[in-house]
Design a protein around this ligand. Structure first.
Ligand code: ADP
Ligand code: MG
Length: 319
């Protein structure tokens, strides 16, 4: 039987991460954390976008440039890291000036907004694919890892869920459709990484991940890394406004399973609720309590009456 994405990483690569005491956190989190000096750590992450997999081949190059840096920044947000530097490896079928102009504007606008400096990369001829690497910093010991969730913690998510997946499903069924809510298209094509929220949550969140593959799968990664389970109340999920294009039930399904939201999911002690309300205001980003960490494993989804409900949880996997 073919192995899934994360089983492949475990089988072939996870064992190669050990043996260096400067590696505070290697394979298995949103980014690696490297202790280079006593007071600061370097945080590093890589993401690839492939034409036809992560974006349509005829996508606006501005959006492709925007998203290729935004998804990297989202992993910095998930660690509570300050993004600083990026590298960019581009494989292009040909040197299309108009495409490169649009791409570099999109990438550059995100870099400027978040204070990131492009420090190098690579350019080759080949199928269209973009690999960005992002480097950031945290005060030593301050990175928010997936493994810190404690039974009794609250589970929160930033922003709204499901809109990017809504746009993707509508585009996949009818690319020309005028019925795609503009707000959902914006979320899919130009996700805004929650960098400020991630930084603000240092010292408050026990565990954190960014929602790239869907809440069910990504919260699942926190739970596996933390050796815990969760109870999530479906009625609390901050579903995006589908503007009546799909049913509420479908919107809920997209909020549970849909990828590409690039919101943050984090756990924190219940005593931190007031602090979280305050820092949500300061970071200009809603934060919604959706459930609790419990002893055990897996996610129990509760309906409005508080009954356990079976949810068809299927997060995105490349393999
Ligand atoms: P994210 O969705 O946050 O970008 P991924 O799901 O892509 O994270 O990866 C999970 C973990 O596996 C990360 O720590 C990542 O660095 C690591 N990883 C992914 N692919 C490889 C690989 N080919 N070799 C080594 N580590 C990898
Ligand atoms: Mg991530």
């Amino acid at each position: 039987m073919p192995l899934h994405e994360f089983e492949l990483i475990d089988r072939f690569f996870s064992r190669l991460t050990g043996g260096d005491e400067a590696v505070s956190c290697g394979i298995g989190d949103d980014a690696a954390v490297l202790a280079l000096s006593p007071d600061q750590e370097l945080v590093v992450s890589t993401d690839t976008l492939v034409s036809g997999v992560h974006f349509f081949g005829d996508a606006d190059p501005y959006d492709v440039g925007f998203k290729s840096l935004a998804v990297n920044l989202s992993d910095m947000a998930a660690m509570g890291a300050q993004p600083r530097w990026a590298t960019l490896a581009l494989s292009l079928p040909q040197a299309d000036m108009a495409w490169l102009q649009g791409f570099s504007r999109g990438f550059g606008d995100v870099a400027e907004r978040f204070g990131v400096c492009l420090i190098g990369g690579d350019l080759t001829r080949g199928p269209l694919s973009i690999t960005g690497q992002i480097l950031g910093t945290v005060p030593a010991g301050a990175a928010i890892r997936r493994s810190g969730a404690q039974p009794g913690d609250d589970i929160h998510v930033t922003g709204t869920l499901g809109l990017a997946a809504l746009a993707l499903s509508l585009l996949q069924s009818d690319r020309e459709s005028a019925a795609i809510p503009p707000s959902s298209l914006e979320r899919l094509l130009r996700p805004v990484p929650r960098v400020q929220a991630g930084l603000a949550l240092r010292g408050t969140a026990n565990a954190m991940i960014d929602l790239s593959d869907g809440l069910a799968g990504d919260l699942g990664h926190i739970l596996v890394a933390s050796g815990a389970g969760a109870v999530v109340e479906l009625s609390r999920l901050p579903c995006g406004d589908g503007e009546g294009v799909v049913s509420e039930a479908e919107m809920l399904r997209l909020a549970v399973n849909g990828g590409d939201d690039y919101e943050l999911c984090f756990t924190a002690p219940a005593a931190a609720r007031d602090a979280i309300t305050a820092l949500a205001g300061a970071a200009d980003c809603s934060m919604t309590l959706i459930g609790k960490v419990v002893a055990g494993s897996g996610i129990t989804w509760l309906d409005e009456a508080g009954n356990a409900m079976s949810v068809d949880a299927e997060s995105y996997q490349h393999f």
